[in-house]
Design a protein around this ligand. Structure first.
Ligand code: SAM
Ligand code: SF4
Length: 312
């Protein structure tokens, strides 16, 4: 499935809920979001059907996200359904990790191949502040549970923020030296609750840790390794180095809207469609991908939704 700029679209990010167990300051409004009527959100069957149509069109990797995907009722059925689709080679999931002690093993049994766990700080007081009440030890327990369940190649998502976790860059890099994980530093985007005041370019990471050696990139990430390190460090730089030229993804929100680009307000409704009509709309969504985003010029994403309503 090619878009209008010769990019091959092989990756679907599928949001399964806009609800969450945390209230991260850059993502969620303080009061969270009102629970929507059951019928406003795609059913398990609809989500699996959308993933199947995307796979029929050439998608090979699916990431389940949210909101927090592990609070979605039926998450294991969604995983089983998507993992069984012919053509889906990789099923990943992005989570805050809090529910992994209960769900890591069942997720693996349901066909999830890899996890990204979000953790912006290694200090309990900062974690409680940024997530508005979360407990760091629970996130750590989630990471341990993922390893115990046999997940490998786990990535740690760290949103870089000036005057918040800038001084923890060496601690995170040290984690990637000691454990076989990839620590992914992500630039804060001016979307939803995220502003520009705390923006820190990802270049701050190699600047703070000059021992890091560049290694081959992967997808949209620049990557590094510490000498003798067991894991790797990745930089995701939507603001400093636009990765649009290598973007291979489409997104579908929990209410069934296909977003050709995270930062565009264009949405194609997939609800009520089946078979060839659904595949046609998926292809139309891929074809509608803009060449690039314009956040650097406008200072703001044009997404029209918060991250928890799109899926990171
Ligand atoms: N709840 C799950 C989690 O936190 O991993 C999945 C959804 S969350 C929206 C996905 C990712 O988006 C997280 O790593 C989060 O830190 C990131 N994110 C949210 N808002 C962001 C922003 N304004 N800029 C950069 N990353 C953001
Ligand atoms: Fe929830 Fe993830 Fe957003 Fe934090 S970043 S509020 S965990 S959806």
């Amino acid at each position: 499935m090619r878009d209008g700029y010769e990019r091959n679209i092989t990756y679907l990010r599928l949001s399964v809920t806009d609800l969450c167990s945390l209230r991260c300051r850059y993502c969620m409004p303080p009061k969270g979001v009102p629970k929507r009527d059951h019928g406003d959100i795609c059913s398990v069957e609809e989500l699996v059907e959308i993933a199947r149509a995307a796979a029929d069109c050439g998608v090979r990797k699916v990431r389940l996200t949210g909101g927090e995907p592990l609070v979605r009722r039926g998450i294991l059925d969604i995983c089983r359904g998507v993992a069984a689709i012919p053509g889906v080679e990789e099923l990943c999931l992005t989570t805050n990790g809090l529910a992994l002690p209960q769900l890591a093993e069942p997720l693996r049994e349901a066909g999830v191949s890899r996890l990204n766990v979000s953790l912006d700080t290694l200090r309990p007081d900062r974690y409680a502040y940024m997530t508005r009440g979360g407990r760091l030890e629970e996130a750590f327990r989630g990471l341990e549970a993922a390893a115990a369940a046999g997940f490998t190649g786990t990535k740690l998502n760290v949103v870089l923020m000036k005057a918040f976790n800038e001084d923890e860059i060496p601690d995170f890099v040290s984690l990637a030296r000691r454990y076989p994980i990839e620590v992914r530093f992500i630039e804060l985007m001016p979307i939803g609750e995220g502003g520009t005041a705390q923006f820190l370019p990802a270049q701050a990471v190699p600047d703070a840790c000059p021992e890091l050696c560049p290694i081959e990139g992967s997808g949209v990430a620049r990557r590094y390794r510490s000498p003798g390190g067991r894991g790797t460090v990745g930089l995701i730089e939507p603001m400093s180095h636009r990765f649009c030229a290598r973007c291979d993804r489409i997104r579908v929100t929990a209410d069934g809207k296909l977003k050709p680009c995270l930062h565009s307000d264009q949405e194609i409704s997939l609800r009520g469609l089946r078979g060839e009509a659904l595949r046609e709309s998926v292809r139309a969504g891929a074809a509608a991908k803009p060449e690039r985003h314009h956040m650097n010029e406008t200072g703001r994403s044009q997404a029209g939704r918060n991250m928890h309503q799109i899926g990171g």
